[in-house]
Design a protein around this ligand. Structure first.
Ligand code: FAD
Length: 372
């Protein structure tokens, strides 16, 4: 197949990962980002490389997560060599803590039915206390030593820079406002700076993907799901592991010494503000897991809009009804984890016409009118 020339709409982690792998495959790529690379969900993310529920059921999403995870360590090394950017890959492991007997029963059951079998192990309260001395009194928990984290903003920046080093063009501050079409083919995009033509256009615009689809009469029901977070300046005796609490809350000790606390999951449209109630809930959750955090100083707080989809699966592949158009969005709480496999699959599909794992479960065709 001839190398395509591709416009990618969106410079988040997904658009930048696709650009990186496409440029590696020899495609001519332009990323159009209306703001700054990593300026939306990708820069707001906690950067944990695990399904945060630790309970993703068997199926295509778990397969995708498991396929993506092993690429991260080598990607971190390659990106450092190619760009000088350290994405702060931290081998912290994850502890999911049981604070009640009921939690402990649930977690025991989770360990019993886990697939693959070796991701989590049960640890009793005493061993948990040794792993993480500042923890509240627990009923034990689950340890996943192989689940790690990165600095999500740096990962996004590094992917963009490495894509540029491989020949991609990056245009920041350029918003796509519409499309150029010829019959049923998309042949380019309209921007504030005029028309730009391309053999193929990929919509990787995160929570704003649905609005772009509507301009072409296509249903891509990606919707924003707000996540609020805060960072503690808690440098005295830092936590060593990512801690997961109840209701999907977590504490992530980052490489720069700050402790990230996240995150709310709220369906409030495009309102990207933090709220007193949201932040108070995060502080409460943190102090329940680690009581001394009740007195810790909050260094900063922020919110981001995760691109959610109706079935919580990403939306990947060719857009029905249009040639020359595809989509990569809807990664919800897993976009950082899923960036490498998404970039690889989209690049393989465009340059080779086949992929290392099936794209069909994620096809946007599932949202087409009449689709079952
Ligand atoms: C608080 C929080 C915590 C998270 N924690 C984790 C985690 O621990 N692990 C994990 O794996 N995931 C996590 N996520 C989810 C993850 O961040 C997202 O799934 C991922 O960043 C989505 O990437 P994206 O590139 O699709 O979207 P975005 O990062 O939102 O990028 C889309 C880009 O498109 C641009 N754009 C939009 N419209 C246009 C247009 N018309 N023209 C040009 N550009 C346009 C936007 O400006 C934006 O930069 C978290 C998210 C949040 C908010």
């Amino acid at each position: 197949m001839a190398a395509p020339d591709v416009i990618i709409v969106g410079g988040g982690v997904i658009g930048c990962a696709i650009a990186y792998y496409l440029a590696e495959a020899g495609a001519r790529v332009t990323i159009l980002e209306r703001g700054e690379v990593g300026g939306e969900a990708s820069g707001a993310s906690a950067g944990i490389l695990a399904p945060l529920e630790l309970t993703v059921e068997q199926g295509p999403l778990l397969d995708l997560c498991l396929a993506s995870m092993p690429f991260h360590p080598s990607l971190a090394d390659t990106l450092r060599e190619e760009t000088g950017i350290d994405v702060e890959y931290l081998r912290s492991g994850i502890l999911r803590v049981a604070l009640s007997d009921e939690d402990a029963d649930d977690l025991h059951a989770l360990v019993e039915r886990q697939q693959p079998r070796d991701v989590m192990q049960w640890v009793d309260a005493e061993a948990l206390g040794r792993l993480e001395p500042r923890l509240a009194a627990t009923r034990g928990g689950v340890y996943s030593p192989h689940l790690h984290q990165v600095n999500a903003h740096r990962l996004t920046q590094a992917l963009a820079q490495a894509a540029v080093a491989r020949g991609a063009a990056l245009r920041q501050g350029v918003a796509v406002t519409g499309f150029v079409t010829s019959g049923s083919r998309v042949t380019g995009v309209r921007t504030g700076e005029g028309r730009m033509m391309a053999g193929h256009v990929i919509l990787a615009a995160g929570s704003w993907t649905g609005a772009l689809g509507r301009r072409l009469g296509v249903s891509l029901p990606v919707r924003p799901m707000r996540g609020q977070m805060l960072a503690f300046a808690d440098f005295s005796s830092p936590l060593r592991h990512i801690l997961l609490g109840e209701d999907r809350g977590y504490l992530a000790p980052k490489a720069n010494g700050f402790l990230f606390v996240g995150a709310t999951v709220e369906d409030v449209g495009f309102r990207k503000n933090t709220t007193a109630r949201g932040l108070a809930g995060l502080r409460r959750m943190a102090a329940t897991l680690v009581p001394s955090l009740a007195y810790a100083e909050v260094a900063s707080n922020w919110a981001g809009l995760r691109p959610g989809s109706p079935d919580d699966l990403p939306v990947l592949g060719p857009v029905p009804g249009w040639e020359g158009l595809s989509v990569a969005s809807g990664h919800f709480r897993k976009g950082i984890l899923l960036a490498p496999i998404t970039g690889r699959l989209m690049a393989q599909w465009l340059t080779q016409g086949r992929t290392e794992m099936p794209l069909e479960p994620f096809s946007p065709a599932r949202f087409a009118a009449g689709a079952r």
